[in-house]
Design a binder for this molecule. Structure first.
Ligand SMILES: Cc1cc2nc3c(=O)[nH]c(=O)nc-3n(C[C@H](O)[C@H](O)[C@H](O)COP(=O)(O)OP(=O)(O)OC[C@H]3O[C@@H](n4cnc5c(N)ncnc54)[C@H](O)[C@@H]3O)c2cc1C
Length: 390
């Protein structure tokens, strides 16, 4: 039996049947949708404003080795196949008294259980006009647009100058793949990687850092360490040299037509506006059961959620591992059973796509660089996407 379409219904759950509302088609929610039969007695509604873009392939897509279509999947097809309803909308707020989610198109949607998988955003100084084009690594479609703009510039015979802010994994991947894109298109590019740290990828083992420094040098990426991005200006990115003593002029301009911000993923602004407990700069506070510390019927997972005891790195792999726990716990809440804890792994494997078919695999003190590392990553990526493609 099909229940009321929430597009047309006033927004309250159908009488007698609980509604589970999943907001954001992130990693953990894809798992819940795929195993929707475990929640058979409930109506399942998913709210998301766009398709799912897979970050594991995002920089490969920027570098031109991966087509944009390969990097996304359509949650609508997955929902159709598993008897869930997808609404294209954005969550604006939650009314905790009436148990309704407030959407940006004015709809209010009642829920019995709510789960939030809202991802993350990159904060940056405001853009200026005149000034460089400002991009962020999230949402990922921005990288597809940046690639298109750069390809047009190469076709016109221009040499675009790009400043990348952030010396962590995503900044490094972006810088390398910008250089790789220019090579693929037989174009020229000037890439400057700006980082506050004393070195790029400061948490990697020292020998991996040295290997990476040589790789960046070979690609022609200029690296400015101990440098902070302070704002945009006509002509480029204003930076401040952190080594200059207080009181002396530390400001400089990195000339650039494009600035890509990759300096750390932050919880999305909406997460802090929901009236649920949050941990500053880390997101919605959750128990190990993935329930909000403020409401047992509201769950939060992935980058937008934070366990009080331990700050997890913002990696999709944690969202993937939370998926089965979330599914079990939604079912437990639905059928009145006990909940189980999510126990994060101590260290997660990260494999960086460094362009030109090369990868850098990192896990704690262990590392491995080369073509095999990227092939391994592509195998993991393909396996993940295959699972959820319609
Ligand atoms: C360039 C780059 C490369 C990366 N590479 C890797 C990697 O190789 N491996 C890895 O483990 N991690 C990687 N990461 C980190 C990874 O992107 C994140 O940790 C991961 O995407 C978080 O997953 P999530 O499920 O929390 O959210 P996401 O996968 O970001 O999904 C969030 C969803 O919520 C939706 N949404 C947002 N706001 C709203 C709203 N208000 N209402 C409704 N829906 C909303 C979005 O449309 C999106 O579909 C990378 C990050 C970047 C930037």
């Amino acid at each position: 039996m099909r229940y009321a379409d929430p597009m047309n219904s006033p927004g309250s759950p159908p009488p007698g049947r609980p509604r589970i509302l999943l907001v954001g088609a992130g990693h953990a929610h894809l798992h819940v949708i795929r195993h929707r039969h475990r929640l058979a007695s409930a109506e399942l509604v998913v709210v998301d404003p766009g398709g799912f873009w897979y970050s594991g392939l995002a920089t490969g897509m920027l570098g031109g080795r991966v087509a944009p279509a390969e990097d996304r999947l359509d949650p609508r097809r997955l929902c159709r196949r598993h008897d869930a309803t997808l609404l294209r909308a954005r969550l604006d707020g939650v009314d905790l008294t009436t148990r309704e989610a407030c959407l940006d198109d004015g709809r209010r949607l009642g829920f019995s259980l709510l789960s939030l998988n809202l991802g993350s955003q990159v904060d940056h100084p405001p853009a200026r006009r005149p000034g460089p084009r400002v991009w962020t690594v999230k949402p990922i479609p921005q990288l597809a647009n940046l690639r298109r703009q750069l390809e047009r510039a190469f076709d016109r015979g221009e040499t675009p100058r790009v400043a990348v802010v952030g010396g962590g994994p995503s900044g490094v991947e972006v810088a390398c793949n910008l250089a790789a894109l220019a090579q693929r298109r037989s174009g020229e590019i000037e890439v400057t990687l700006v980082t506050r740290g004393a070195s790029v990828l400061g948490e990697a083992p020292p020998r991996a850092q040295r290997w990476l420094a040589r790789h960046l040098g070979r690609l022609g990426v200029r690296v400015k360490t101990e440098t902070r991005a302070v704002g945009h200006a006509p002509g480029g990115l204003m930076v401040s040299d952190e080594t200059v003593p207080m009181g002396e002029d530390s400001l400089d301009l990195v000339i650039a037509e494009h600035v890509v911000h990759a300096s750390g993923l932050q919880p999305p602004a909406v997460a802090e506006a929901l009236g649920l407990p949050c941990i500053e700069a880390r997101g919605l506070a959750i128990h190990a059961t993935l329930q909000s510390t403020g409401d047992a019927d509201i769950f939060a997972v992935g980058d937008c959620a934070a366990l009080p005891g331990r700050a997890l790195p913002r990696q999709g792999v944690y969202g993937v591992r939370q998926g089965p726990v979330l599914l079990d716990n939604l079912a437990a809440r639905l059928y009145g059973r006990g909940l189980r804890d999510f126990v994060p792994q101590r260290q997660a494997l990260a494999i960086l796509d460094l362009g030109q078919g090369l990868g850098l695999a990192l896990r704690g003190r262990h590392w491995w660089a080369g073509r095999g590392a990227l092939r391994w990553k592509r195998w993991l990526d393909a396996r993940f996407l295959r699972r959820y493609r319609g």
